[in-house]
Design a protein around this ligand. Structure first.
Ligand SMILES: Cc1cc2nc3c(=O)[nH]c(=O)nc-3n(C[C@H](O)[C@H](O)[C@H](O)COP(=O)(O)OP(=O)(O)OC[C@H]3O[C@@H](n4cnc5c(N)ncnc54)[C@H](O)[C@@H]3O)c2cc1C
Length: 537
C-alpha cells in the first residue's frame, strides 16, 4: 500500500473507532498515578496513548495524580505508573504502560468498560458466577508478546462480569521487573489468582475462568450439565485411565456412555510427578498425561466431574445415584481404582493437610526450602522422594526395613542424589502444634525411640482398592480385597463390570487403560447379546 493508501486506511480506522466509542453508554474515567519526578517512557506512553484515545472520544476522562494523593491511598495505589480504569465500578489496574501489543488490550478494555458488559460466553459466565470468594488476578504481559492481549482481556472480562469477586492487575514486566522476578514471570502471558499460578500462555475464556474458580492450572473445560436424569448404555464410575479409556472405546463402539468422577480427573496419575513407562512418552508429567487423556476422552464421551457415585441398584435399567443426579443405564463399569493407605499412627488424621500429605506433586511446592520425611520403601515413595528433592525440599526417607522394594534404577537414583534414609525405622507418632513439627520414631531392630524434627510427613506406603460401592451392592471380592471378575471384566452381578486397579494385578497406567478398553468392548458385546439372558434359556 502506498503512503496515500495507508493514510486513508488509518483515517477509516479512526472513523470506525470514533463511531464505536460514540455508541458506548458509559463514561470511562481513567486515573493515572505517578511518583513525583517520574518521567520514564512508561509515564510518557500513558499520557500519549490516553491523549490519542481522548482525541477519539470525550467519553474517556483522563486524570493524573501523584502517589501521595488521597485517591492513591483510597484505591491502594503504590506503584508508578499505575492506570486505574473506572475504579468506582471495577477493580481493573494497569501496572506500567500499554506499550506495543498491549495497546490492543487497552483499547478492548476501554470499550468493554464503556459498554459495561463483559461479552463473555454463557458457559464462562456460569463458571464465574459459581466463584464464592474474591480473586485477585495478576496477568503478566509484555509489549512484544502477541499472545498477551487474549489473556489480559480475559482478566478484564472477568473483572467486569463479577466486579464484587474479581479484581485485576495487568502487570507489564518491563516496567515492573521486581514483580516479574518475585513471581518468576519469565515467560508471558502468565496468570496468578490469589498469588497461585493458574495459567501460562493464552487460554480460552472458559479455561481462564475455570482456573480462577479452582485456583489451579486448568487445561480442559468441562461444561456444566444440569440434567437431573441421564440415560446411558454404560455408566463408567471413575475418571482414571481405566474409566477414560473405557469411555472412548464404549462410544466408538456405538454405545451411549458417561464417565462420573468425584475428584480430580486422571485418578492416581494426576498425583504422579513423572511417568516414564507409558508407551509413546519417554517422560511425561502425570498431569500432562491426564490432560491429554481427558481431552481425547472429551472428544467422545461426556464427563461428569465433581460428582460422587453413591448408590447402584442393579436391574433393568440399572439405577445409579450420584451427589448431583440419577443415571438410568444398561451397564455399569466400576473403574474406581485405589486410594492411598493410611499409616495409622497418632497425629496422622489430626495433621492431615497441616504437614501430613499423601501427594508430593500437589503439596511438595509448599515445602520448598524446608525439611520433610517420606515414609515408604516402594516405587512411589522413592519416586516422590526424588521429586521433592528436585523441587528443593530437604527430604529424608524413612523405611521400616533394611532394604528398599523400589526398582533398582530408582534406588540408584536415590543414592546418587544423596537422599538420607533412616533404615529399620517406624513412625510411632506425628507431633505438632498448629502444623507438624516432629515425629516420634522407633528403631525396629534396637527398640530405641527418638524424636525427629521435621516440617512435613509425606506418606507413600501403598494403596487400597476402592471397593466400598462394589461391596455395598454385593459384588464379590478376592481374598486380597479386589473385585473378582471372570476374565472379561464381568462381576458376579449381571450388568456390573470392573476394570483397572480395582481388579488388582499389575496396577499400571498401561494395564488400566487396556483393561478399561477391554471391559468396554465386553460390555458392547454383552449388550448386543446378553450373556445373562443366554444363561437363562
Ligand atoms: C504416586 C504414584 C505414581 C505412579 N506412577 C506410575 C507410573 O510411573 N507408571 C504407571 O504405569 N503407573 C503408575 N502409577 C499407577 C497408576 O497411576 C495406576 O495404576 C492407574 O492410575 C490406575 O488407573 P485406574 O483408572 O484403575 O484407577 P485410578 O487412577 O485410581 O482412578 C480411579 C478413579 O475413580 C474415582 N472414583 C472412585 N470411587 C468413585 C465414586 N464412588 N464416584 C466417582 N468416582 C470415583 C477416583 O476418584 C479416581 O479418580 C502410579 C501411582 C501413584 C499413586
Amino acid at each position: 500500500m502506498d503512503s496515500h493508501g495507508q493514510e486513508s486506511a488509518n483515517a477509516n480506522i479512526m472513523r470506525q473507532l470514533q463511531a464505536t466509542f460514540a455508541r458506548l453508554p458509559n463514561d470511562i474515567p481513567v486515573y493515572h498515578f505517578i511518583a513525583r519526578g517520574d518521567d520514564t517512557i512508561f509515564v510518557q506512553t500513558n499520557r500519549q496513548i490516553m491523549k490519542a484515545f481522548r482525541d477519539l472520544t470525550d467519553k474517556i476522562q483522563f486524570r493524573e495524580y501523584f502517589l501521595d494523593h488521597e485517591l492513591a491511598r483510597k484505591w491502594n495505589v503504590s506503584r508508578s505508573p499505575t492506570l486505574l480504569i473506572a475504579p468506582e465500578r471495577y477493580g481493573i489496574r494497569w501496572l506500567g504502560a500499554p506499550l506495543g501489543e498491549e495497546g490492543r488490550t487497552m483499547l478492548e478494555a476501554l470499550i468493554l468498560v464503556g459498554l459495561g458488559e463483559s461479552q463473555l460466553k454463557d458457559e464462562a459466565k456460569a463458571v464465574l458466577k459459581s466463584i464464592d470468594s474474591p480473586r485477585n488476578v495478576k496477568v503478566f504481559v509484555s509489549a512484544t508478546c502477541p499472545y498477551c492481549p487474549q489473556e489480559a482481556v480475559n482478566g478484564v472480562r472477568a473483572a467486569i462480569e463479577a466486579p464484587e469477586m474479581v479484581s485485576l492487575e495487568i502487570v507489564d514486566i518491563q516496567c515492573n521487573t521486581d514483580l516479574a522476578e518475585q513471581y518468576s514471570a519469565l515467560s508471558v502471558p502468565q496468570c496468578y489468582a490469589n498469588d497461585v499460578l493458574v495459567g501460562q500462555g493464552a487460554r480460552t475464556e472458559e479455561i481462564f475462568m475455570a482456573s480462577l474458580k479452582k485456583l489451579e492450572p486448568v487445561t480442559v473445560f468441562i461444561p456444566e450439565n444440569t440434567a437431573e436424569l441421564v440415560e446411558t448404555d454404560v455408566l463408567i464410575v471413575g475418571g482414571g485411565p481405566a474409566g477414560l479409556a473405557a469411555g472412548i472405546y464404549a462410544e466408538r463402539s456405538g454405545l451411549k456412555a458417561a464417565v462420573v468422577e468425584r475428584d480430580a480427573l486422571g485418578g492416581q496419575v494426576a498425583t504422579t510427578p513423572i511417568v516414564e513407562n507409558y508407551p509413546g512418552f519417554t517422560q511425561v508429567g502425570g498431569r500432562t498425561l491426564v490432560d491429554i487423556m481427558v481431552s481425547h476422552a472429551l472428544e467422545y464421551v461426556p464427563i461428569f466431574q465433581g460428582e460422587n457415585v453413591l448408590d447402584i441398584t442393579p436391574g433393568d435399567p440399572v439405577v445409579v445415584s450420584t451427589t448431583r443426579r440419577t443415571f438410568h443405564t444398561r451397564a455399569v463399569l466400576l473403574a474406581t481404582g485405589a486410594t492411598h493407605r493410611l499409616l495409622g499412627v497418632k497425629g496422622e488424621k489430626e495433621f492431615s493437610g497441616k504437614g501430613v500429605s499423601y501427594c508430593s506433586t500437589c503439596d511438595g511446592p509448599l515445602f520448598k526450602g524446608r525439611q520433610v520425611v517420606m515414609v515408604g520403601g516402594g516405587n512411589s515413595a522413592v519416586t516422590e522422594a526424588l521429586h521433592l528433592h528436585h523441587m528443593g525440599v530437604g527430604v529424608t526417607l524413612i523405611h521400616r526395613r533394611d532394604k528398599l522394594r523400589a526398582q533398582e534404577v530408582l534406588t540408584k537414583n536415590l543414592f546418587d542424589n544423596h537422599i538420607p534414609v533412616l533404615w529399620d525405622t517406624e513412625i510411632q507418632e506425628i507431633r505438632g502444634d498448629k502444623q507438624v513439627n516432629a515425629l516420634l520414631l522407633r528403631n525396629n531392630k534396637t527398640g530405641e525411640t527418638s524424636t525427629f524434627e521435621t516440617n512435613g510427613v509425606f506418606i507413600a506406603i501403598g494403596y487400597e482398592p476402592t471397593v466400598g460401592l462394589a461391596s455395598k451392592i454385593g459384588v464379590e471380592l478376592t481374598p486380597d480385597g479386589f473385585i473378582r471378575h471372570d476374565g472379561n471384566h464381568r462381576t458376579n452381578i449381571p450388568g456390573i463390570y470392573s476394570a483397572g486397579d480395582v481388579e488388582g494385578g499389575y496396577k499400571q497406567i498401561v494395564t488400566a487403560t487396556g483393561q478399561g478398553s477391554a471391559a468396554a468392548l465386553a460390555i458392547f458385546e454383552d449388550l448386543i447379546n446378553p450373556y445373562w439372558m443366554k444363561n437363562k434359556s
